[in-house]
Ligand binder design. Structure first.
Ligand SMILES: Nc1nc2c(ncn2[C@@H]2O[C@H](COP(=O)(O)OP(=O)(O)O)[C@@H](O)[C@H]2O)c(=O)[nH]1
Ligand SMILES: [Mg+2]
Length: 456
């Protein structure tokens, strides 16, 4: 997702940071690279020009000199990029009853997003109901049903009813028992009068607390026109951008929404149920710049791990100390999170390490994790909490292996995994100022230490 743009911005900041003389030629060449990459990401030319002018102006500002100047330019670049990404606004949810209506054209990702949102909020304790009002395509209700059943979400559909208002009326009483009602609607090829009429009728009946437009990222800056059209016709409160993973034009879609002042609540980053995240321009930018983002990682971990182990792991992550249970939980969650590659881009510093996990490797982890769970069960409480004490303790390791019915090499491999993740968390997250990212020096040290070891 926007990797190329991220690379160019990273390179630009490196060039600024490493320059001995920050002369006009250098600034011009950096700005040219940035312009090209931003336009490739489909960001509006006028926005790009504004951003470049500001960078050039601050670079040539004679009042700021030396290191201050470098910092100043990087800060301007950061702030300008943040500016074009828009404000951070979250979906407003009351504890009692919320009705969220999802709108959008054909194939924008409404139904997929409904199930992702349902799953996301069910994991956060909401009692969720999905309602299918796409009455025009016969397969639509079936798709919603399948997704809901797969992810154990309650759903309300009526395959024989062609009037969405009647469906709403039919279930209105039952839906009162849910504190989050997510409504899937029909799309069209364009926003025509018929669609507007239908949406207005549904709105009148359902009284949504939030009306969200679903936009696919691949339409790029055309998102601006679509967002404003929908905004004019039916009062939308925010946007969800889907398919961020499958296009280089996502920059256009994001900045277009900011231009129309339509807050982006969530972004869809893949086809799987957990491929959705709250859009926070600041963390998005940090990731784009390769600074990593602990907040988002923790958010993701939250949605795929059990409620009570979450808090503990979050605390442990923040304190830079993992337990063996956390390690097992983490490896288990990885495949659900979208693999190590995805996690890597979220942990500060890790994104710069060239440690690739071979594809399919994570799938073969399940059996291993099961053995690890046996191993942990064979440990004493003290050993569980401080696995360090097992280092070089051959007899203890043999005892644990025997208890778990596994070879000692398995115990050692778990201990190694534990040590690696723990060290990684400690040096990658623990001592870092999140707003600054890692320094070049820290990064090199880190990469040297872990680059080769990053194997499971
Ligand atoms: N890669 C990717 N595909 C997505 C994402 N969201 C939706 N899709 C796909 O987009 C297609 C259309 O989605 P659907 O939910 O049926 O759209 P709808 O017509 O608006 O309900 C499906 O093939 C989805 O799997 C996403 O975030 N990433
Ligand atoms: Mg649909």
């Amino acid at each position: 997702m926007l990797e190329k743009l991220g690379d160019v911005i990273k390179k630009a900041t490196d060039k600024i940071a490493n320059a001995i003389f920050l002369d006009k030629d250098l600034v011009d060449s950096i700005v040219r690279d940035l312009q090209r990459a931003l336009i490739e990401a489909d960001v509006n030319v006028a926005l790009v020009k504004e951003l470049s002018d500001k960078i050039k102006k601050s670079a040539m500002d004679e009042r700021i000199k030396g290191v201050d100047k470098k910092e100043h330019i990087i800060k301007i670049l950061h702030d300008e990029l943040l500016g074009i990404l828009g404000e951070h606004k979250q979906l407003k949810l009351e504890s009692k009853h919320n009705v969220i209506l999802l709108l959008g054209l054909y194939g924008s990702g409404k139904t997929t997003t409904i199930s992702k949102l349902g799953n996301y909020y069910a994991k956060r304790g909401f009692k969720v109901a999905l309602v299918g009002l796409d009455v025009h395509r016969p397969a639509a209700a079936e798709q919603l049903k399948q997704l809901a059943e797969k992810h154990k979400l309650n759903y309300f559909i009526d395959m024989d009813e062609k009037n969405p208002i009647k469906i709403l009326k039919k279930y209105s009483k039952q839906l009162k028992d849910y504190n989050l009602v997510l409504i899937d609607t029909a799309g069209r090829h364009t926003l025509d009068d018929e669609l507007i009429k239908e949406i207005k009728e549904i709105t009148k009946e359902a009284k949504p607390t939030e009306t969200i437009l679903v936009l696919p990222a691949d339409i790029g800056q055309a998102a601006k026109q679509q967002a404003s059209q929908f905004k004019d016709a039916v009062n939308i409160s925010g946007v969800i951008i889907t398919r961020m993973d499958s296009t280089a034009k996502a920059g256009g879609a994001l900045t277009a929404c900011a231009e129309t002042h339509a807050p982006v609540y969530f972004i869809g980053t893949g086809e799987k149920i957990n491929d959705i995240e709250e859009f926070n321009p600041k963390s998005f930018l940090s990731r784009l710049l390769g600074m990593g983002d602990l907040e988002t990682l923790i958010e993701k971990i939250k949605s795929v791990t059990e409620e009570n182990s979450q808090k503990k792991m979050q605390k442990n992550l923040e304190e830079g100390k993992l337990t063996l249970d956390d390690v097992i939980e983490q490896v288990k969650s990885m495949s659900q999170l979208g693999g190590f590659e995805k996690i890597k881009s979220m942990v500060p510093g890790l994104s710069n390490i060239n440690a690739k996990i071979p594809e399919g490797m994570l799938e073969s982890q399940e059996a291993k994790v099961a053995r690890w769970e046996h191993i942990v069960k064979s440990m004493t409480q003290e050993e569980k909490e401080n696995p360090e004490i097992l280092e070089k303790q051959t007899s203890r390791i043999a005892r644990i292996a025997k208890g778990a019915g596994v070879p000692t090499s398995d115990v050692r491999s778990l201990l190694k995994q534990y040590k690696m993740l723990n060290d990684m968390i400690k040096s990658g997250v623990g001592n870092m100022d999140m707003s600054q990212g890692m320094s070049q020096k820290q990064m090199m040290k880190f990469a040297k230490k872990f680059g080769k070891k990053m194997r499971f």
